[in-house]
Design a protein around this ligand. Structure first.
Ligand SMILES: [Zn+2]
Length: 89
């Protein structure tokens, strides 16, 4: 038996609802800003919140910004925005 499935949800950055492969989509913790602020003030960062997906457009924007700051681009796994093969785990 074979199948395919995908998830849909709002992008962590732009809020646009998009479909994605939940096992491959790039994502950030829902409290990423809080983690960054506390890490910058050298406190103990809180536990990661729920992981939120990031859409392809926003990943490209993030990677352009990273390039401008001489940071390596974040990887986008092949098939991140395609349906997943099989059945949800
Ligand atoms: Zn987005």
């Amino acid at each position: 038996m074979s199948g395919a499935y995908f998830a849909a949800g709002p992008c962590a950055f732009c809020g646009l609802v998009f479909t994605f492969n939940p096992e491959r989509v790039p994502s950030i913790p829902s409290n990423a800003w809080e983690i960054a602020e506390i890490a910058e003030s050298s406190g103990e960062p809180p536990a990661k919140g729920t992981m939120l997906p990031v859409c392809g457009d926003c990943m490209q924007k993030v990677n352009r910004l990273r390039e401008q700051h001489n940071m390596p681009p974040l990887p986008i796994l092949p098939g991140a925005y395609d349906p997943a093969e099989g059945f949800p785990p």
